[in-house]
Design a protein around this ligand. Structure first.
Ligand SMILES: [Zn+2]
Length: 90
């Protein structure tokens, strides 16, 4: 059985295709707005790299979507920028 983290990582390519970390805009602590190609917007709540929740249809059923994966990438990018500590990524 895949962990949530593994499921999210399996969606990273889709997130990259859709803009990657830049597709996720920080709105509040742990809260990101992800804009899809069609201009549709979703809210992703990040509880940590092991748990995040998107309000799109897939996300509501607990399925990792590329929106959550984009928020995952953005979270890592922001952490890297603020701490410059790559060891925290793993
Ligand atoms: Zn989603």
């Amino acid at each position: 059985m895949m962990t949530y983290r593994e499921k999210i990582e399996s969606r990273l390519h889709a997130a990259q295709v859709n803009g990657g970390a830049a597709a996720a805009t920080p709105r509040d602590a742990g809260l990101y707005t992800v804009t899809g190609r069609a201009g549709d917007r979703y809210s992703v709540r990040v509880f940590g790299l092991e748990e995040m929740r998107c309000d799109c249809k897939a996300g509501q059923y607990g399925n990792p979507c590329w929106h959550a994966a984009a928020a995952f990438l953005r979270t890592i990018a922001d952490r890297t920028n603020s701490t410059n500590e790559r060891a925290t990524l793993r």
